[in-house]
Design a protein. Structure first.
Length: 367
């Protein structure tokens, strides 16, 4: 029996009545395509993130694809990204007809910024750093490299709504950035949702049209686009939940501090460095554990639902075979994939439950 679940959605959406009044107003208005509820959420999100423009999409993957396309990415162009991420980071590049060029991860599970320049070629057009797990890479140095080589930057900030890098939000460094509102993100909806942010007026106008068939108005299109609009029903949920993001992130950080303090005393556990003046969302609480698979089984038997993100890095996936990578190309990420374990960290866990997780891990290594 699961005592400590990884999935917190049954707790979050236990009371759905808080959405009913706005849903009733929406249904009565019949504004089912974009409309005032979606526009309000976009304005609120733009203000929260600190970006001039915010364009909602149907999901985070579409947000990445549109962000890349808006910068003119085309077939056979190259995009530099990290090899340890969710499939969408590389999949979005491939969907644009371009080639993902992978970089190893660092000790914080982020893209190793020191290895980016070695992979730049005359085909490189974009750097796509991922704020993996809700932590952040060194965006200031990434932007310096981009300026030096006249490259564009698209931030995959899908896990980082509520995070901070000093006094700025992830997603405000790059030329265009993508966010996700998947159910297990710090800002989530009842299904999928995505957001794109940019300070560039021209890029914003293009994305607004492209996500809606390329339409100028009901009777005219200026180019061929797609339909990837955020549903207003989800915009209602997102507007409500946006007000809770800072509280959610704060609670997750409190839980993380308890785990960090206790697990850092175990020699066979490696906690990633927590950077000063950085706030993580802890969309994923990951650490490296010796005997990871045995520990996973032990924790599951003791009612603690744990996950692995992910056991196979992107460059070793079957889908990446044509890219020509092989085992040993990215030793840090490959080693981490054999040791990383993701623990429950969500905002509904009590201090007692967090300490129970730590206690069981201590028991495993002391037996």
């Amino acid at each position: 029996m699961t005592k400590i679940p990884f999935n917190y959605l049954p707790y979050q959406f236990k009371n759905t009545k808080i959405y009913f009044n706005d849903w009733k107003k929406l249904i009565k208005s019949c504004e089912f395509t974009l409309g005032p509820y979606t526009e309000k959420f976009e304005k609120d999100f733009s203000k929260y993130i600190g970006s001039k423009h915010c364009i909602s999409t149907n999901n985070g993957t579409d947000a990445l694809i549109l962000a890349l396309k808006s910068l003119g990415l085309k077939r056979n162009d190259e995009v530099i990204t990290v090899c340890n991420s969710f499939y969408a980071s590389a999949g979005a590049i491939v969907a644009c007809g371009a080639k993902p060029v992978f970089i190893d991860s660092d000790e914080r599970y982020q893209i190793d910024v020191n290895k980016i320049e070695k992979s730049i070629t005359n085909k490189t057009k974009i750097i796509l750093p991922v704020h993996w797990g809700g932590a952040s890479p060194n965006m200031e140095n990434i932007m310096k490299i981009a300026r030096r080589y006249n490259l564009k930057v698209v931030e995959d900030a899908c896990m980082s709504i509520g995070a901070k890098i000093k006094d700025r939000r992830p997603g405000t460094f790059g030329h265009v950035s993508a966010f996700s509102m998947h159910p297990l993100k710090s800002l989530n909806v009842m299904g999928d949702g995505g957001m794109i942010v940019t300070n560039n007026d021209k890029i914003s106008r293009w994305i607004i049209k492209y996500r809606n068939h390329g339409m100028v108005d009901r009777d005219h299109i200026s180019f061929w686009g797609v339909n990837t609009r955020l549903q207003p029903l989800q915009a209602v949920v997102a507007s409500k939940e946006l007000k809770n993001v800072n509280r959610i992130v704060s609670l997750r950080n409190k839980n993380a501090k308890i785990l960090d303090k206790r697990l850092s005393k175990i020699k066979t556990v490696k906690i990633p460095l927590r950077k000063k003046n950085y706030i993580e969302t802890f969309a994923l609480y990951m650490a490296c554990f010796r005997q990871r698979d045995k520990l996973k089984s032990y924790l599951l038997k003791n009612g603690i639902e744990v996950k692995i993100h992910y056991p196979i890095p992107l460059h070793l996936q079957k889908a990446a075979k044509s890219l020509g990578y092989k085992k040993g190309d990215f030793p840090i990420a490959e080693k981490q994939s054999k040791e990383l374990l993701t623990l429950p960290i969500h905002q509904y866990l009590t201090k007692k439950q967090i300490n129970y997780i730590a206690q069981k891990i201590e028991n495993f290594y002391n037996k």
